[in-house]
Design a protein. Structure first.
Lengths: 242, 264
């Protein structure tokens, strides 16, 4: 049942609209951030209002005119595209991540490496195409010359947290997620490192939203993320920093 | 009293506009050409097939178990009767996400029945069976609730008359109660079916999303949202059209049974 509690908590965090700021009257700074940053940003700056979701969903919402001040995406591509369209300012790389192969704590599929994923009856869950974690996964498998394991995929999720929860609940035998996600669910999930040469470049970028009415505060938030304090918080959560 | 009439008209206009405007906007965002092109894409077609297949199976289960259950609930009273009815209706107000987690805690690998099923070699999550269960769970209350009302609306005098003519309970049910309740049952059936087509939350948690297997129309819309916005809108329009057609059709179903007219 603790696993269910984890899932409920994850859904509450990723699905909710974040916390409210401290000062009444003025709208708090609104930060759109990739799901994998859920554990880092609120601790770094509790007064901001957060929306955590897949970077692709956040990009879509910004294009549709959602009122945010800062975008922190789990991919360079989305921020670059949005920058070209004039939706956000110049993106800056603030963190890096790497992919791991995650399995439930009791490892029912007996998975020890990527090679084991091709065994029959293995239930592999990955990100859908177009979702950063899904694209990175395909890149890793390509680098390892192991695209055949895609045959074992039973579900393509729209959000890395959905992959994590399906593994934590023991429904899936394995999945590709960010190293930082395993750290936040380490009671229920084991991670298997992937060969360094197969790793994609996972860069997190942060940018001010062009239509923001609080650009100074938005920039201050970005400076905080890039400061020593920010670097420390990111590294404590398992991120690499540029 | 003219002001009151005016008030009613304004309120009605607000309700209609609020409910219809988003749907109209959806149609305005996609040209018929785009719609056909997007529906010709494999994703939409695969999702349509998965949706129709799982909904059809789920619907047979709902009708097969729901009709007799509703008949019993409508014709007999016992201790805890109203509690039973209330519990059956609970999934109506449950957030779909909760429904998904609840289904996992029964049928998931670590769920109540998970180990037993594991021994039997049955695994439900990530299969079409999971989609069917999710649809049955969220949609059946729509049918059962309506069916209870329909059976309760049958003139008990007619049922009594059939019994005094020595009709067996099965005959009373199949020849008298069922035809008389048919219209209400059809309405409930259509509502449940349409609700099932739109099922999203429980499915994505319990069944996952995989093209051609568990990716239903609503899941395909969610999946395409970031890939191809036009396609997402086109599939949405398709879903709206199917649902609207079913809901309209049920209004036009003639009350084919003469008893329905005379008993009112």
């Amino acid at each position: 049942m603790t696993k269910l509690a984890v899932l409920v908590a994850m859904l509450a965090v990723t699905g909710g609209c974040g916390r409210d700021g401290a000062d009444a009257g003025s709208r708090p700074l609104t930060v759109f951030a990739a799901s994998s940053l859920t554990e880092v940003f609120p601790e770094l700056e509790p007064r901001a209002r957060y929306q955590f979701a897949g970077s692709d969903d956040l990009a879509l919402q910004l294009r549709e005119g959602a009122g945010a001040d800062v975008l922190a995406a789990a991919s360079l591509n989305y921020s670059a595209e949005l920058h070209d369209e004039g939706v956000v300012g110049q993106p800056v790389v603030f963190a890096t991540n790497r992919l791991v192969l995650a399995v439930p704590e009791d490892n029912p599929g007996g998975i020890r490496s990527v090679d084991d994923l091709s065994a029959p009856d293995v239930r592999l869950v990955i990100g859908a195409e177009g979702v950063p974690v899904g694209d990175y996964t395909r890149q890793v498998l390509d680098n390892l010359d192991a695209t055949a394991v895609l045959e074992s995929v039973v579900s393509e999720e729209e959000d890395v947290k959905a992959i994590v929860s399906k593994i934590a609940l023991g429904e899936a035998d394995a999945g590709f997620v960010y190293a930082t996600d395993v750290r936040s669910a380490e009671e229920d999930i084991l991670s298997i490192e992937l060969p360094a040469e197969a790793q994609p470049t996972v860069e997190y970028t942060i940018a001010v939203v062009s239509e923001s009415e609080r650009k100074t505060e938005a920039q201050a938030f970005i400076d905080l993320v890039l400061s020593d304090e920010g670097v420390e918080a990111l590294e404590a959560a398992g991120f690499g920093t540029p | 009293m003219r002001w009151f009439q005016l008030l009613l008209i304004i309120a009605c206009a607000v309700v209609v506009a609020f409910l219809l405007l988003p749907l109209v906007a959806l149609f305005l965002r996609v040209s018929p050409g785009d719609l056909i092109a997007a529906l010709g894409s494999g994703v939409a077609l695969d999702a349509l097939i998965v949706t129709l297949k799982t909904s059809a199976i789920a619907h047979l289960l709902i009708l097969g178990f729901g009709t007799p259950a509703a008949y019993l609930l409508a014709t007999k009273r016992w201790r805890g009767h109203s509690a039973t009815v209330a519990l059956i209706e609970l999934p109506l107000v449950l957030p779909p996400v909760v429904a998904g987690i609840a289904l996992l805690s029964v049928f998931g690998r670590l769920g109540l029945l998970g180990e037993t099923m594991d021994v039997l070699g049955i695994s439900i999550s990530f299969t079409q069976a999971a989609v069917v269960l999710a649809v049955v769970f969220v949609a059946s209350p729509f049918f059962v609730r309506q069916a209870i009302v329909a059976f309760e609306g049958v003139d008990t005098g007619l049922l009594e008359a059939a019994r005094t003519l020595r009709a067996s309970p099965w005959r009373v049910f199949s020849r008298v109660a069922l035809p008389l309740a048919a219209r209400g049952l059809a309405t409930g059936s259509a509502l449940a079916f349409v609700r099932g087509l739109g099922e999203f939350g429980a499915t994505i948690i319990f069944a996952g999303s995989f093209r051609g297997v568990t990716q239903t129309l609503p899941l395909a819309i969610y999946g395409e949202l970031d890939q191809d916005f036009e396609a997402a809108i086109a599939i949405s329009v398709l879903l709206v059209l199917i649902s609207a057609a079913l809901l309209t059709a049920i209004r036009w179903v003639p009350s084919w049974n003469p008893f329905t007219l005379t008993s009112r």
